[in-house]
Design a protein around this ligand. Structure first.
Ligand SMILES: Cc1cc2nc3c(=O)[nH]c(=O)nc-3n(C[C@H](O)[C@H](O)[C@H](O)COP(=O)(O)OP(=O)(O)OC[C@H]3O[C@@H](n4cnc5c(N)ncnc54)[C@H](O)[C@@H]3O)c2cc1C
Length: 442
């Protein structure tokens, strides 16, 4: 395969990234390189794959390469929930064993991240805060009742929290009820992924700001990866490139590029914190998935995330006008919840691209001899990317384990999309319809 590809194009207004201290200079791809393994993409999936390869193959040279700085992609710009319970689509799977496998894979990822954070002293607001799933109106309450039943069927621990008790945590009476599940962790995503990148095994070389613009198969000799200032030759290639996997010619017409957006405030001062009246360090996702995610960070910032866009050209499908209109929507959602903080401005608004599939199936495995990928996590990639990247490395070196067999059982082939223009029309109208139906939850 030899083809020019579209590259990531993330905005430079991500609050999490702006809050990091000055990042050290990065190393870029220069000259002709050779590596035993190359991992493309340094998000959760690629970082985990490169780390595991480094551990399993201490004498091999491993290159991890990203088009951007670590944390500038989706893994550094998400809402910071490391979720054990997958979204409702996965929880609705008819086979209870399937759901238990998903849960234990996600929990293994959380344990792995916790271990790495402790071992390497990664300062990323990591917290075992659990998660609220919140309902505002009747629609949200119906979703919540369904979620409650799914949790009961699974035998999972949860707690119903009513408006008055919620208000003491959230600083608002906007939500009528929530389900609290204890297994979720919260973190500062840009701090976590940069911390992971700076603690990779010694035989893993990280190259940033080095977009791979062409992949060429070189007979039995493996692959030649082309960058703007250099090349890498390798026998084994692992793709942690999420939606961009399709740019390399794989899973074409099976992934949907979706962007969602977040805004946050500057840290509240003492007076504002008193007016807010809630606690620090909580996270709430909407009972109806088309609603609004809200977080209060440990460092006193409130975050609002909502709105989905179909972005066939990734970041290039957005504009300043689109971001301003999203910011206005975020502001409305913020003021509906925190009218007492009307004078607190947002300091950042940003978007990020990820992959979903029409059948909500994640891809994991070998695409062709010597090329492996974990792509399409349907928007919950912090835990999933971590465990799927780890197991992808084990697969690439010919390993076998119960977890590897489990992940192969719960993943599959994302279904084919209809051709354009029907795809774009269909996705845009579904997003609009969901936003309209869920307006009470926004
Ligand atoms: C606003 C927002 C909120 C979210 N909230 C959550 C949340 O709370 N919890 C959660 O679990 N998930 C959340 N998600 C989803 C989550 O961020 C993603 O699912 C996850 O980051 C995917 O990880 P990944 O490693 O597979 O891919 P990515 O993080 O997308 O990494 C892919 C990497 O590949 C690189 N790349 C692509 N093409 C090339 C190329 N040609 N050459 C070199 N490098 C290339 C990119 O630069 C990128 O760094 C959210 C997403 C967004 C946008």
């Amino acid at each position: 395969m030899s083809k020019q590809i579209n590259l990531p194009h993330d905005d430079s207004s991500c609050g999490w990234y702006a809050a990091l201290s000055q990042q050290p200079a990065c190393k870029r791809l220069h000259g002709e390189q050779r590596a035993d393994y190359v991992v493309i993409g340094a998000g959760f999936a690629g970082l985990a794959a490169a780390r595991r390869l480094g551990e399993l193959m201490p004498d091999k040279r491993i290159i991890l390469v990203d088009a951007q700085r670590v944390a500038q992609g989706a893994s550094g710009r998400n809402s910071g929930f490391v979720i054990d319970l997958p979204h409702k689509f996965a929880l609705e799977h008819p086979d209870p064993a399937h759901k238990q496998r998903l849960l234990s894979l996600n929990r293994a990822a959380i344990a792995q991240l916790q271990g790495l954070i402790e071992r390497h002293g990664i300062d990323c607001q990591w917290s075992h805060a659990g998660k609220y799933q919140g309902a505002v109106g009747q629609r949200g309450l119906a979703y919540l009742a369904h979620f409650e039943q799914l949790l009961k069927n699974l035998g999972e621990t949860f707690r119903l929290v009513e408006r008055d008790e919620l208000a003491q945590v959230l600083g608002n009476t906007y939500y009528s009820r929530a389900i609290f599940t204890p297994g979720c962790y919260l973190m500062q995503p840009a701090a976590l992924v940069t911390g992971l990148a700076h603690s990779l095994p010694e035989n893993v070389e990280l190259l940033e700001e080095s977009p791979i613009t062409r992949l060429q198969r070189k007979g039995q000799g493996g692959w030649l990866l082309q960058g703007s200032q250099g090349t890498i030759r390798t026998a084994q290639l692992l793709l942690g490139t999420s939606i961009f996997t399709q740019e390399f010619g794989y899973l074409r017409n099976r992934l949907l590029p979706v962007m969602t957006f977040a805004s946050w405030t500057r840290p509240l001062n003492d007076t504002e914190l008193a007016a807010y009246g809630g606690q620090l360090d909580w996270g709430l996702t909407p009972a109806d998935h088309a609603g609004t995610t809200v977080r209060m960070t440990q460092d006193r910032r409130l975050i609002i995330r909502n709105t989905y866009k179909h972005v066939p050209k990734y970041g290039k499908s957005t504009s300043d006008a689109m971001r301003e209109s999203v910011r206005d929507d975020h502001r409305r959602a913020f003021l509906a919840r925190f009218p007492q903080l009307a004078d607190v401005p947002f300091s950042h608004t940003w978007g990020g691209v990820y992959a979903i599939s029409r059948n909500f199936t994640n891809f994991f495995g070998e695409l062709e001899p010597g090329v492996f990928a974990s792509a399409c996590d349907n928007g919950v990639g912090a835990a999933w990317g971590t465990i799927s990247g780890t197991l992808l490395a084990e697969m690439a070196v010919g390993g076998d384990s119960a977890q590897l067999r489990d992940i192969q059982t719960v993943t599959g082939m994302p279904s084919l999309n209809p051709p354009e223009p029907f795809l774009g029309l269909g996705v845009r109208s579904r997003i609009r319809l969901a936003a309209w139906n869920s307006r009470s939850e926004l």
